[in-house]
Every structure is written in structure tokens, then in C-alpha cells.
Design a protein around this ligand. Structure first.
Ligand code: ADE
Length: 253
């Protein structure tokens, strides 16, 4: 997959090459990554990339021409089906389903804005998608672009050590992940749940699914509301809720 980030701070993206899953994918050639600085596409002596907003107000706006020229330069180096995505708090929420969708593309051109934002005509002229990584404001789109890159690259074939890792991730199935344990078996007062030690794989699967359902119910009721549960899942969740209510009652008594 080819990934280009358009940014005024290309050095920030060097973090992707500093280690971990993405850096390995780049070294192996599974991912071809580079950054383009829109400042290289200015024509005035000051290399101006921003200007004051029409209508007044605080801050500066990123100018359209250098941005559009940088996007065109990136497109010229990309396969035709590559997608241009602007990172912005005004974008559609980025989630695991979107990551999976982007991972199927031959290329991704991610545009990171700075200042108050980018001249809206860039969005009208050269952009396919606008994505937000959450309801908070970053000082630039670079960290958001890196979040998207990390979550997309780890889904590419042969990037993770064990292909099953991505398949069992949180959110793949619309649920949070179950708890994980490794040695030692006993840590002070805290023991590893006995079902995980027994070697009964059916029971282990059942326990993990129940924990996923229970945690999602406790921490992300919005995800449970959005998902239809099978009869088996509903039974497991009811059991979890009964146990949870029993445990919390005992604490309060
Ligand atoms: N740029 C600034 N804040 C952002 C956010 N929450 N998501 C994506 N891009 C951003």
C-alpha cells in the first residue's frame, strides 16, 4: 500500500519509522510511505501557506493553492483508486470499520491541517473523505493521520506476526476485547481466572465472549444498543449482569 501524508511538519511523521508494526511494514516494503510539504508548492518569496480568514476572526487559514498542488503531486504518484482523506475534527468519526475499508485500497493520501483549518474549497475540489479521530481538538492533523496509518497498516496482509490478532481485536465484532492474562498464575491476591487454566477450549471461548459482552455492556452501552445479540450472546450477557449485580450488591451491603 502506498501512503502519502501532506503536512507542514513532515518530521513528525518520522515517528512512524521509529519502531513497531508500521516501521516493520515500511522496512519490508509492504507499505511505501512518504510525506509532502505544501510549502514546497508555494511561489512567493515568503513561501506563504496561510492567510487571514475572510469574514474576520482569530487565527489563520491554510491557503487552498499550495494544498491543492500538493494533493495533485501526491495523486500523480498514486494508483488511480487511492483515496484523499483530510483529517479534521469536522470529519466523520473514524472507527474500525473505516480502518478495514481503507486497508482494502491501493493507496491513501492523508492531509493534515494546521491553524484554524484549511480553505473549504480544498474539500470541494480534491478530497474524497474527511475523518475525525474523536471529539477533541488537536493542534494539527498529523497525530490523527498517524492514528489512521497505524490502525490501517496493522490490518494489511502479513503485517501482524499472527494474522489472528487483528481478527480478535476489540470492535471487529462490535464488542470490546476480553481480558488477557499471562504468567504468573498468582499475583499477590489476584489469580488468573481458573477457566483459562483448564484447557477446555469451548469453555474458554464461552468465557471470553461473556467477558467481551459484559465489558461492552458496562463500559460502552452505546455499542450494545447498536448490535443485535444472538440468543446465546443474550444468555451470556444476562448471566454476566446477574453476577455483576450480585457482586456489587455484596460490596454495598
Ligand atoms: N485535527 C485536529 N483535531 C482532529 C481530530 N480530532 N481528528 C482528526 N483531525 C484533527
Amino acid at each position: 500500500m502506498q501512503i502519502t501524508c501532506i503536512t507542514l511538519f513532515p518530521d513528525m511523521l518520522d515517528a512512524l519509522k521509529a519502531g513497531g508494526v508500521v516501521s516493520r511494514a515500511i522496512e519490508r516494503g509492504t507499505v511505501h510511505f512518504h510525506a509532502i510539504n505544501p510549502r514546497e508548492y508555494t511561489h512567493d518569496v515568503h513561501r506563504t501557506v496561510d492567510d487571514r480568514p475572510y469574514g474576520g476572526g482569530p487565527g489563520m487559514v491554510m491557503k487552498a493553492e499550495p494544498m491543492l498542488a500538493a494533493i495533485d503531486a501526491a495523486k500523480a504518484q498514486h494508483a488511480p483508486d487511492s483515496r484523499v482523506v483530510v483529517m479534521s475534527p469536522q470529519g466523520a468519526p473514524f472507527d474500525q470499520a473505516k480502518a478495514a475499508e481503507l486497508a482494502r485500497l491501493p493507496g491513501l493520501i492523508l492531509v493534515a491541517g494546521r491553524y484554524e483549518g484549511i480553505d473549504e474549497r480544498v474539500m470541494d475540489a480534491g478530497v474524497d473523505d474527511e475523518l475525525s479521530i474523536g471529539d477533541y481538538v488537536l493542534s494539527g492533523g498529523e497525530l490523527a493521520a498517524m492514528v489512521v496509518i497505524d490502525s490501517v497498516v496493522r490490518l494489511l496482509p502479513d503485517v501482524l506476526g499472527d494474522a489472528r490478532s487483528a481478527q480478535y481485536d476489540s470492535f471487529v465484532d462490535g464488542l470490546l476485547d476480553h481480558p488477557h492474562y499471562t504468567r504468573p498464575e498468582q499475583l499477590g491476591e489476584h489469580n488468573v481466572p481458573s477457566v483459562l487454566l483448564g484447557g477446555d477450549h469451548k469453555q474458554i471461548e464461552r468465557w471470553r465472549l461473556q467477558q467481551s459482552l459484559g465489558r461492552t455492556w458496562l463500559r460502552r452501552p452505546d455499542l450494545i444498543a447498536r448490535r443485535t445479540l444472538s440468543d446465546e450472546e443474550q444468555t451470556l450477557l444476562d448471566e454476566f449482569i446477574a453476577q455483576h449485580e450480585h457482586d456489587t450488591k455484596r460490596v454495598h451491603d
